[in-house]
Design a protein around this ligand. Sequence first.
Ligand code: ADP
Ligand code: MG
Length: 248
Amino acid sequence: MLRIENISKQRMRSTGETVRILQHVDLDVAPAQITAVIGPSGSGKSTLLRLVNRLEDADDGRIELQGADIRSFDPLALRRQVVMVLQMPFVFPGTVLDNLQHPFILQNKKPPYADSSEVQGALQMCGLERGMLATRASSLSVGQQQRVCLARALLLEPKLLLLDEPTSALDRPTGDRLGQTLKRICREHGLTILMVTHDLRLAGRCADVVAYLEKGRMLESGASGALLNNPGTKALQRFLAEPETQEG
Ligand code: ADP
Ligand code: MG
């Protein structure tokens, strides 16, 4: 579905110094699976996601979506197929329904109405109740807002869903429920998800494949259970042994 090949990215510090953010990163994201990139804060996880929907471009290497180089897509057209859900849930003013319809209005498309199978399906997939459509989105809990953001993204029928630290704003039970929801959406609807997170609990509970990124290098990857229970590198062993931090 998505192939990341030999990607490198540098950035200029305000001091003029160049820093290598990502170095020769490879990753394959299989369809209808959850792939989680884990790693400490500052390892380049968010940057990697930003490259996949062309919020930024890599300096080197190639990213292919279903065999096509993503540089051949218009960035806006690409972002309709590769939809990102941000770390902090972002809701627009208005009701939950307004929020679900908003991207369609932005794209000058007819928005799906409240009783449509699309809206009802998205609510159901994300564990939101139908009665919530008329609720002001900003009055919901952070966990519910995160689900509204997820439903809004799913309505766009993305080929690939990108999630940046989806549980960082959530308490543990809410994070666990979101993990279950993601897994179910993936299984039942064949959605492909690429998430980046430092939340090992989430990765362990819902990812099929896990890849470990540290200081801009992808050090290992493999089936989630095998990798987390039996890490091959000292670096991942150290990361797994660290107490969990709260920062993203
Ligand atoms: P992660 O998501 O794993 O915490 P990021 O991709 O956000 O990592 O950041 C990776 C590195 O890039 C960090 O060292 C960070 O300080 C640096 N960085 C992130 N954004 C910028 C920026 N806009 N300009 C310069 N450096 C940045
Ligand atoms: Mg990040």
